[in-house]
Design a protein around this ligand. Structure first.
Ligand SMILES: [Fe+2]
Ligand SMILES: [Fe+2]
Length: 267
C-alpha cells in the first residue's frame, strides 16, 4: 500500500510574546487548511526575543508545535539549557557545536505511523566560524539515515552558504529550510534531485521593528556602536512559514509552499 504524504508546517524564528500569540492564532487554522501532520518551529527567540525558557517552550508545545529547532541564541537562558539533554524535551540545537555542548542536533519526529528525521545545523560565515563544518556534519547524518526522510533547519547568515549547502545536500535530504535572518526570501524551490529549499523562512514577529526588536534600539546601536539591551517591538505581526510535503517512499519533497501572513493581534 502506498504511504500518504507527510505534511510539515515549518515556522520561522518565533520572536517573543507577539510571535507566540500570532503563532497560537494561526497554527490551528493552517493545520486544518493544509492537512498538516507535524508543526516544527525555530524557537531561539521565543522568550523576550532571545533564547527560550521552559515556560515559553511549554506554552508553544501546548499550542501545537511538535518540535523546536534553534540556533545561536539557544544558549541565552540557563533555564532551558538544563532541559536540552532530557530526551522528552522537544528541542534540538545545532548539530555542529562540540559534542560536549548540552543537547542534541537531530531527532526522529514521529506521529500516527509517519516519521522524519529533523536536523539542525548552524552556518559559519558571519555567525560562528569556529563550529564544525556543517556540510560535512550534515552529509554524515544523511549517509547514516538513508531509510527516513530528512528535514534540515540550516541556521545561517550568508545566502551563499545556505544555497551551497542546499545544493550540496540535493537528493540526500527532503528539505533544507534556512533560518536566522528573520527576513523571508522568495526563492522556495525544489532542486533537481528532489530537495525542497528556501534560503530563509523568515520570522514570526512584529513588522514595525528591526528583525523583531524595537527599531529605535537597533538604530541607536548602529549610530553609537554601544551595547544596548533588546526589547521586542509591538504591533502587527508577520507570520512566516513554509508547508513542505514529503514523499515518504522517495524521501524527497513533492511541494514547498511559502506562507507570509500579517496578523493583527488587537483584532
Ligand atoms: Fe533568530
Ligand atoms: Fe539566530
Amino acid at each position: 500500500m502506498q504511504q500518504s504524504e507527510i505534511k510539515i508546517l515549518f515556522i520561522g524564528d518565533i520572536v517573543g510574546r507577539p510571535g507566540r500569540n500570532a503563532s497560537k492564532k494561526l497554527i490551528p487554522e493552517l493545520v486544518a487548511e493544509h492537512g498538516i501532520d507535524f508543526v516544527v518551529a525555530n524557537g531561539e527567540n521565543l522568550a523576550s526575543g532571545t533564547g527560550m525558557t521552559f515556560k515559553t517552550y511549554a506554552e508553544m508545545t501546548e499550542a501545537g508545535v511538535d518540535y523546536f529547532t534553534s540556533g545561536n541564541h539557544i544558549w541565552k537562558n540557563k533555564d532551558i539549557i538544563e532541559h536540552l539533554d532530557d530526551s522528552t524535551t522537544k528541542i534540538i540545537r545545532p548539530l555542529n557545536y562540540p559534542a560536549e555542548a548540552p543537547g542534541r542536533g537531530f531527532t526522529i519526529v514521529e506521529k500516527d505511523k509517519k516519521k522524519f528525521l529533523l536536523v539542525n545545523a548552524q552556518g559559519r560565515v558571519f555567525i560562528h566560524d569556529d563550529l564544525e563544518d556543517p556540510f560535512t556534519a550534515l552529509d554524515r547524518i544523511a549517509n547514516e539515515n538513508t531509510d527516513i526522510p530528512i528535514i534540515v533547519d540550516f541556521h545561517a547568515e550568508a545566502t551563499s552558504e545556505k544555497i551551497a549547502l542546499g545544493r550540496y545536500l540535493d537528493g540526500k535530504v527532503a528539505a533544507v529550510v534556512g533560518t536566522h535572518t528573520h527576513v523571508q526570501t522568495a526563492d522556495e524551490t525544489i532542486f533537481p534531485g528532489g530537495t525542497g529549499y528556501i534560503t530563509d523562512v523568515g520570522m514570526v514577529g512584529p513588522i514595525n521593528s528591526v528583525l523583531g526588536v524595537e527599531k529605535e534600539i537597533i538604530i541607536e546601536k548602529f549610530l553609537t556602536q554601544l551595547p544596548a539591551s533588546h526589547k521586542v517591538a509591538s504591533g502587527e505581526v508577520n507570520f512566516s512559514a513554509v508547508v513542505i510535503s514529503i514523499d515518504p517512499e522517495k524521501k524527497i519533497c513533492s511541494s514547498i509552499l511559502r506562507i507570509n501572513s500579517k496578523v493583527n493581534l488587537s483584532a
